[in-house]
Design a protein around this ligand. Structure first.
Ligand code: CA
Length: 226
């Protein structure tokens, strides 16, 4: 069952949206302000987020920007006035779509399904990532580089998956530790360097370029090269 996080401060709207989504078979979690939304996203990853822009505590733009630092989960913005500048900013910050209020619940459900369908059709980000000369299948824990399957340790796999599911973004060693090893784990940041080194060796295959780039003074980035 897919879980939708509904972030909306107006209770009647939140309720209406939740009722319609549940009727369509989605599991629904709700947050009534931006801070709560961010706290919830730290404890579970929803399949999609419906995000109102005008929210108490933290507005929708800030929430979207924060979420995009670590997650590729699809976000549909709920914009109050349908102002073009709001929508454009939302899309620039990484929202996948927007719905203008007032909207019909049926239209909202159709948009949610369309965004989820688009993701599945693209093969990710939830199961398989494809790049030139490299494919990573999370369900099967399989990685193919240059047409050959390569063997990774579970941590190497998690690390590759994390970086590859956020291509072109730079992550510091601390952020990588937090995301891949978890907050509680007392490993030091050189562990990240060691794992990256092994990953690079394993991913190296004739004709394929190095996918994990060192960004001096900042950290690492997964780069897609044709
Ligand atoms: Ca609002």
């Amino acid at each position: 069952m897919e879980t939708i996080l509904v972030v909306e401060d107006e209770e009647p709207v939140r309720e209406l949206v939740s009722v319609y989504l549940r009727r369509e078979g989605f599991r629904v979690e709700t947050a009534e302000d931006g801070e709560k939304a961010l706290a919830m996203v730290r404890s579970f990853v929803p399949d999609l987020i419906l995000l109102d822009l005008m929210l108490p505590r933290l507005d929708g733009w800030t929430v979207c920007r924060e979420i995009r630092k670590t997650l590729t989960v699809p976000i549909i913005m709920l914009t109050a006035k349908g102002e073009e500048s709001d929508r454009i900013l939302g899309l620039e910050l990484g929202a996948d779509d927007y719905i203008t209020k007032p909207f019909s619940p049926r239209e909202m459900v159709a948009r949610v399904k369309a965004v989820l369908r688009r993701l599945k059709y693209a093969g990710g980000p939830n199961d398989v990532l494809h790049f030139p000369g490299l494919s990573i299948d999370r369900n099967a824990c399989r990685v193919e580089a240059g047409g050959k399957e390569i063997q990774l340790t579970p941590k190497e796999f998690d690390l590759l998956w994390f970086l590859a599911s956020h291509p072109q973004r730079v992550y510091s060693r601390e952020q990588i530790l937090e995301q891949v090893w978890g907050y509680e784990c007392p490993v030091d940041s050189r562990t990240v360097d060691a794992h990256i080194k092994k990953l690079r060796e394993k991913l190296k295959s004739p004709g394929s370029k190095n996918c994990i780039v060192t960004v001096w003074g900042k950290g690492y980035r997964f780069e897609v090269t044709e």
